[in-house]
Ligand binder design. Structure first.
Ligand SMILES: Cc1cc2nc3c(=O)[nH]c(=O)nc-3n(C[C@H](O)[C@H](O)[C@H](O)COP(=O)(O)OP(=O)(O)OC[C@H]3O[C@@H](n4cnc5c(N)ncnc54)[C@H](O)[C@@H]3O)c2cc1C
Length: 406
């Protein structure tokens, strides 16, 4: 039976999807508007350890700007011991001359960002949300139908429960069903690539250095974790992924070392692997009547530049700001002007990051000599000329866009 602790089915806000973005949004809203009644609809049942399956073995790199927001939202003190500061990033193209290095010191920062395993954020949010009497979980459950009326959304769950909400926020990830039920259309661009992730144990310290290396076997990102460990994200075409996933741990470790080389030192062993097929998905709109998209439901990107959750954090900040700025929001969080402001705040940032990430994927997946020359010239130019390096660093630090106040 789905788990719920609510008898009253009217909410100020319903969040579809209780993953990283949905749970974080619920936490932020519950702190800023303690009287609002918030429902979370999550498809997956609680895992044995109580953490939703969305918080898997993945690690994420969060930009300095995102970390500042987690700090503001009173989550960072519980995460800091589990996070590894990112002090420099090497971007290089194996077998070609181009490379660039970004250091926190150049930008007068202690760190360019922080890296941690998402399960730590999951554990924390599950614990915090369980203490909020205004947040109700419907789990496992999914939305079957959404019927908009002038003043609210009527939401039918597959369990038979009916909810009403002034605002529906869809944060169900890239393959959201509710997004379709709510009338959004989505364009998809399948990269025909798979990201393989694993944690790697090193023979030496990583010295807080991340690597983004474009190799003939696909881009390899190594993100430093606490201890002598790297989080690996290796992007390969679908067939190569099948072969790599079939290897035993020792053979897989040897394959990474061979593909990446020794620039990051000696890799001793690799842990459990997981795979993510990569598709760029773009909805036609950010909002519709009494509905907002957020997180991967709004921008499902290639992980090459580590931007997905950084964008989701800025989505949350923008929605909070739009809610706070609107005179109507206290009474009606789904009011037209709230949604219009959210759309205006998010449009440019998302477009820019989607363009930047997509260009990176296409530029570096291409082995033609002309593209190789251009990208090498691009990397070399970045190394030689600081003003060109700045946009990459600003992106890494998540300072492309920020909204004060929330
Ligand atoms: C390999 C890899 C590495 C990455 N590295 C980085 C990084 O370094 N930095 C960074 O910023 N980002 C990174 N990302 C992106 C980041 O993981 C995503 O941006 C983030 O997971 C988005 O969270 P979300 O909550 O929107 O979606 P999800 O994590 O997909 O969560 C969606 C939730 O909705 C639930 N759900 C789905 N359908 C329904 C339904 N119909 N009804 C109810 N619930 C539903 C799911 O069960 C899940 O709990 C990476 C991604 C990958 C794949």
């Amino acid at each position: 039976m789905p788990e719920t602790n609510s008898s009253n089915s009217t909410f100020d806000l319903v969040i579809a999807g209780g993953g990283m973005a949905g749970s974080l949004l619920a936490w932020c809203l519950s702190q800023a508007w303690p009287n609002w009644r918030i429902a979370i609809i999550e498809r997956q049942s609680k895992a044995q350890n109580n953490v939703p399956a969305s918080f898997d073995s993945r690690s994420i790199a969060l930009a300095a700007g995102s970390v500042a927001l987690l700090q503001r939202w009173e989550l960072w003190p519980d995460l800091v011991a589990k996070a590894c500061p990112l002090e420099q990033i090497w971007v290089s193209d194996r077998g070609h001359f181009g490379k660039t290095r970004l250091t926190a010191a150049e930008y007068q920062q202690a760190a360019l960002g922080q890296v941690f395993e998402v399960e730590h954020l999951g554990n924390l949010l599950v614990k915090k949300l369980a203490q909020q009497s205004t947040v109700t979980f419907f789990q496992p459950d999914v939305i079957n139908a959404v019927t908009p009326t002038i003043n609210q959304q009527q939401i039918q769950l597959s369990s038979g429960t009916e909810l009403n909400a002034k605002l529906l926020v869809i944060a169900e990830g890239g393959l959201s069903q509710t997004r379709q039920l709510a009338g959004f259309t989505v364009s998809s661009d399948d990269y025909q690539q798979t990201a393989i992730i694993a944690n790697l144990a090193l023979a030496q310290s990583h010295q807080h250095t991340a690597f983004e290396r474009f190799t003939e076997h696909g881009p390899i990102a190594l993100l430093p974790l606490t201890g002598q460990r790297y989080s690996l994200v290796w992007t390969v075409d679908r067939h190569a992924a099948e072969d790599l996933l079939a290897l035993d741990d020792a053979a897989f470790t040897a394959a990474i070392q061979q593909a990446f080389g020794y620039r990051a030192g000696i890799i001793k062993s690799s842990g459990a692997r997981a795979q993510y097929p990569l598709t760029l998905r773009r909805p036609d709109n950010i909002v519709r009547h009494r509905t907002a998209l957020l997180g991967n439901s709004l921008h499902n990107l290639h992980p090459i530049a580590g931007q997905g959750f950084n964008l989701a954090i800025r989505d949350i900040q923008a929605l909070m700001l739009a809610l706070a700025d609107s005179n109507d929001a206290e009474a009606d969080p789904g009011a037209y002007r709230v949604l219009r402001q959210y759309q205006q705040l998010r449009e440019q940032d998302i477009k820019r990051v989607v363009w930047f990430t997509d260009a990176l994927v296409r530029g570096f997946s291409n082995n033609s000599r002309l593209v190789a020359l251009a990208r090498n010239a691009g990397l070399a130019a970045m190394l030689l000329c600081d003003p060109l390096k700045k946009p990459l660093a600003m992106q890494a630090m998540g300072q492309g866009q920020s909204y004060a106040k929330y």
